[in-house]
Ligand binder design. Structure first.
Ligand SMILES: Nc1ncnc2c1ncn2[C@@H]1O[C@H](COP(=O)(O)OP(=O)(O)OP(=O)(O)O)[C@@H](O)[C@H]1O
Length: 225
């Protein structure tokens, strides 16, 4: 039997200033070689759920396990550092560094080794339409869509098995968005990663292997495979 990479075990979460829990006793397993989407109306808790999956916050009750180990016991910092790549809506790039440096430093932090680093990074950036010239500019001088493509490439270049992304194609044009989506799908299916993506786009959800729909604290899981 396949073992889950990431498991939500009886997870409950609430914001302390809110009367009702956002979700209660959630049990969901996430596997490698699978592209997951999380959909739901605005405010249904998609970003909160993703924050838990990416170790940015911890459940109020229950636990999340990575490869059978409690991420609470491991420490959220270690979990994020060693095992997860996160793509946020707000890029989270280091503004005074170039696109190239942002990726190279993230690779160094996660201990990702490749033969010819410069060549590798420039090729990965070229795949998302970032030229060598743009790669060597400070990220702040790039457009929002270009910065998002750099943030996505950073996640692709770091050799983690889990990738979580919050609306990564939200501010990209249709054509670029399609290309980037394909990269995420290939990452899951060809590189055996577990990709979990929040999206509002039904067309993206339709292309995922598993679509998790959040609504009023309940989770509906639609398997497309
Ligand atoms: N830091 C916070 N403190 C208190 N309440 C919060 C906090 N962050 C989010 N919430 C509330 O929790 C609920 C879920 O928010 P969340 O951002 O997870 O939803 P979402 O489905 O990602 O929404 P959207 O699609 O609009 O981005 C919302 O009602 C929101 O107001």
């Amino acid at each position: 039997m396949k073992t889950a990479l990431l498991s939500f075990k009886n997870v409950s979460y609430w914001y302390t200033d809110k009367e009702n829990p956002l979700f209660q006793t959630v049990n969901i397993d996430f596997y490698k070689d699978t592209f997951y989407t999380i959909t739901g109306t605005s405010g249904s808790g998609k970003t909160t759920f993703l924050s838990l999956a990416g170790g940015l916050d911890k459940p109020r009750e229950g636990d999340i396990e990575y490869d059978g180990k409690s991420i609470r016991k491991m420490g959220l910092g270690k979990f994020r550092h060693d095992y997860v790549s996160i793509v946020f809506q707000s890029y989270n790039l280091i503004p005074y560094m170039t696109a190239y440096q942002n990726i190279a430093s993230a690779m160094a932090i996660t201990g990702t080794k490749v033969e010819n680093k410069e060549d590798f990074i420039l090729k990965m950036l070229a795949k998302v339409g970032i030229s060598e010239e743009q790669a060597k500019q400070r990220v702040l001088t790039l457009s929002g869509g270009q910065q998002q493509r750099v943030a996505i490439t950073r996640a692709f270049c770091c050799d983690t098995e889990l990738i979580v992304a919050d609306e990564p194609t939200g501010n990209l044009d249709d054509e670029t968005s399609k290309d980037i989506l394909k990269l995420f799908i290939d990452l899951a299916h060809q590189e055996n990663k577990c990709v979990i993506m929040v999206t509002h786009d039904p067309q993206i959800a339709a292309q995922s292997d598993v679509n998790i729909q959040l609504s009023n604290g309940s989770f509906r899981i639609l398997q497309h495979i």
